[in-house]
Design a protein around this ligand. Sequence first.
Ligand SMILES: [Zn+2]
Length: 211
Amino acid sequence: MTSAENVLIKFLERLARQLSVWYYRTRVKTTILVIVKQREGVCMSSPIKNASDLLKKHNITSIPIDVEAICREEGINISYADLREVEEKHKKPISGILLVTGDKKDIVVNKNDIPERKRFTIAHELGHYFRHYDHSASPDSMMISFRSARTEKEYEADEFAAKLLMPKEYVEEEYKKLTVPYISTLAKEFNVLKAAMAYRLDTLGMRYIQL
Ligand SMILES: [Zn+2]
């Protein structure tokens, strides 16, 4: 690479940071491609843009949403492990880890979590996979999800998970069936935590009884 090209790349990288754009350098060393990041932070190269597209792709039409089937069909291996050692190393509670190395895709779930949280973790890691992992560029990357982390990406992955596990049309359908909208009844239908169900109903502007 010539020094002029280096200067140009440095300039574009700085510009990208300042403008909050997403960029990547292709394998052709003299080429640089700058892509403006979408508002929601969707990775432009991801084949799936949102949770509803993923549900459509896998022809999922019933609840509770089978996240394990989605992973199977996407070639993502799920394993359940004791993450206490990892938690001790990072000094944080960890619910899941997304590992992508070449063609190998793994979601590691904390086996000590309750089933509803495990399902949410899988959906959350799918959010990272489809929204944050660059499917066209880097062949190797690794992502760790911290349960307590409150970054923009973590928020986006949670939002993806909520929409995947509790799709709007199904929530509305189940809600209509209830005489009294108890949160526990809906949470059971969708096989999610009551807190997750409450959050989803809040975002949809639907009222419920906290029981
Ligand atoms: Zn995460």
